[in-house]
Write a protein that binds this ligand. Structure first.
Ligand SMILES: [Zn+2]
Length: 335
């Protein structure tokens, strides 16, 4: 009888996913075979660096931190904790309105900004153009090459990239020295990313190429304002910080603490996101195209690092999108 597929006995990666192989002898995927966890000394060293950055930010501009706030558990918890640990910080919290965020997420974001005395900003772009862009992402194939496909779906990669570009733009415009993202230790492995001008030029060009590959013609609104990073423009270094690589990542605990602070569970049918209505559709679209579940790599990494139970991750990987909501999204994206 032909063998179907194997799942890694440590994480949740499956040999049915292109590029993943399970060692027959050990039962482990290639990532678990070569995994070594971060040492306590290293984590401590990162913590010291974060303290030294955030305790005395350079007095340059209106804000110390531009904070990416979705209104979901991770970013709501992080905003609250950052402000608790570094109360002096002037924070601009930016919620990107992609046209599909739930009302609860909007409410949660505003509530947590009020709670932490952060300035709230709802970032909106031309909604009609954005929907066309998302439908182009849904119809695209290989617009994001290589490892990007394992990190997120084509739709989410597009949305996240827009957020990154616009948040960096805001940091340069307001001369803010730091950007904070609530990425989990499964979503990123660099606690600090220093953005110099050449890196920004490169990031902009890369995303411009991704958009072009999708057939997006009007790309400027999604990219960092080119004037801000052209040769001779003001030199302003920004550091991105990912505090979840320094603090212990415990989502169950985060949710509990958020609810204590008045955070409302949107109770969506989607297991993976508590804030975006497009997410479940985006996962299905990606799975249909590439046979890659866009959360598998992220969840597998959390399990491997001991931040999540294997059975909980496996549960999250079962797709739960009703035909009705799938059709509604398709109609909205004119697919
Ligand atoms: Zn594994």
């Amino acid at each position: 009888m032909a063998k179907t597929s194997d799942t890694c006995r440590k994480c949740v990666l499956d040999s049915a996913t292109p590029g993943i192989s399970i060692n027959e002898d050990t039962g482990l995927c290639q990532f678990c075979e070569h995994f070594t966890s971060l040492s306590q000394e290293k984590i401590k060293e990162y913590g010291t660096r974060m303290d030294s950055l955030l305790k005395s930010p350079p007095e340059n501009g209106k804000y110390d931190v531009i904070f990416a706030l979705s209104g979901g558990v991770d970013s709501s918890y992080m905003l609250h904790r950052i402000k608790r640990e570094y109360p002096h910080l002037k924070i601009l919290a930016v919620q990107f309105d992609n046209g599909f965020i739930s009302d609860t997420a909007l409410e949660n974001a505003q509530k947590f900004c009020a709670l932490t005395k952060s300035t709230y900003m709802r970032l909106s772009l031309d909604q009609e153009a954005l929907q066309v862009t998302f439908s182009k992402a849904a119809n695209s194939f290989n617009a994001y090459p290589g490892a990007a496909k394992y990190r997120a779906s084509d739709i989410c990669n597009t949305c996240i990239s827009i957020i990154k570009q616009k948040i960096i733009e805001l940091a340069i415009q307001t001369k803010a020295p730091f950007i904070i993202f609530a990425f989990s230790p499964g979503q990123t492995d660099a606690p600090f990313v220093t953005l110099s001008k050449p890196i920004l030029v490169w990031m902009r060009k890369l995303f411009d190429q991704n958009l072009k590959a999708m057939g997006v013609t009007d790309r400027e609104p999604y990219l960092i304002d080119a004037h801000l990073i052209q040769p001779g423009s003001y030199e302003h270094e920004v550091v991105i910080i990912h505090p979840f690589l320094i603090w212990n990542y415990d989502k169950t605990q985060f949710k509990k603490e958020c609810i204590q602070q008045g955070w409302i569970d949107p109770n969506l049918k989607d297991q993976n996101s508590s804030n975006c209505l497009l997410n479940a559709f985006a996962i299905k679209n990606h799975l249909d195209k590439y046979h890659i579940h866009s959360y598998a790599y992220d969840l597998a990494s959390l399990v491997r690092q001991g931040y999540m139970k294997r059975e909980d991750a496996l549960k999250k990987l079962t797709i739960q999108i009703s035909d009705a909501s799938n059709e509604e999204i398709k109609r909205k994206l004119k697919l």
